[in-house]
Design a binder for this molecule. Structure first.
Ligand code: PAF
Length: 283
């Protein structure tokens, strides 16, 4: 595996590969890699000639400085995981490479309603930071394919919107959520849970599954209310449990009125904030 920390030599290498006709797949990450990331890399390895991953904990997407500070960082373990998976190129820049003072990198993109609800409401400025860094990274890498996980449903929806608005040739591939055997969605933040908190965490997936079971019998708002009570009763602190239309992220009023309904939730267990989602209906 080749490791680059600086933009110029990295770009030189990628443009050489592209001149040779190689298809490039890109997996952006913030490190603390888990099997969810590995699944993205594996998909890229299947689809492309060269898989490039990046590890960059992007400060601009953290609205809470203490969240940035405690974000897990496991560089040695990550390198071993990448080598083991067969990732070919790693880009691991520092902040000044990604955000050189000379470059105007502020994004003036309007996400319409997409960044308003859910994560957008609870983490002000988060998606502006995510879009800024993904735009910058794909400008550097210029991949053919970009791989993201379904776990961050609102994130990939916004990134797809950005790619459309920028008329970018990059094709976004969204890969399924990877779960632990008890249903907990894989996340870099899971390592922050104490054993007692970890034992509560499968309740999130359970609430999503229970919601799915109810779609033929109840209205979305009722299901949301019950999911919130269920999570609270189990000792978790849900921030939201929202049943939304999968393309617009607007609340679903009646399941019959949409062919694509998704339940998205954010839950705090102690100080650890986890998100998850489940497609309830897709035709
Ligand atoms: O999903 C993440 O890990 C991050 O938001 C991303 C896409 C790598 C941007 O920093």
């Amino acid at each position: 595996m080749l490791l680059f920390k600086q933009v110029l030599p990295f770009q030189k290498h990628i443009s050489k590969l592209k001149k040779e006709g190689k298809k490039i797949g890109f997996v952006p990450t913030m490190g603390a890699l888990h099997q969810g990331h590995v699944s993205l890399i594996r998909q890229s390895l299947k689809d492309t000639d060269c898989t490039v991953s990046s590890i960059f904990v992007n400060p601009t997407q953290f609205n809470d400085p203490s969240d940035l500070q405690k974000y897990p960082r496991t560089p040695e373990k990550d390198l071993a995981e990448l080598l083991n998976t067969g990732n070919q190129v790693l880009f691991m820049p520092d902040v000044t490479e990604v955000y050189p003072p000379s470059k105007k990198l502020k994004l003036d993109l309007d996400f319409g309603y997409l960044d308003q609800p859910m994560e957008g409401a609870h983490r002000p400025g988060h998606f502006a930071g995510v879009a800024q860094v993904v735009k910058r990274l794909i400008e550097i890498v210029k991949p053919h394919y970009l791989y993201m996980g379904q776990k961050d449903f609102q994130q990939f929806t916004i990134i797809q919107h950005m790619l459309n608005e920028l008329k970018s040739p990059v094709k976004l591939i969204v890969c399924p959520i990877i779960r632990e055997s008890d249903g907990l969605a894989m996340s870099s933040r899971n390592v922050l849970l104490t054993p007692q908190q970890r034992s509560l965490a499968p309740a999130i997936h359970q609430a999503l599954q229970d919601a799915k079971m109810k779609i033929h019998a109840q209205f979305p708002r009722q299901i949301e209310a019950e999911a919130l009570s269920q999570l609270s009763a189990q000792g978790l602190q849900p921030e939201y449990f929202s049943i939304v239309e999968g393309r617009t992220l607007r609340p679903v009023e009646l399941f019959e009125e949409t062919d694509f309904a998704v339940a998205c939730t954010a839950v705090k267990i102690g100080n650890v904030r986890l998100i998850d989602n489940m497609i309830l209906k897709e035709e």
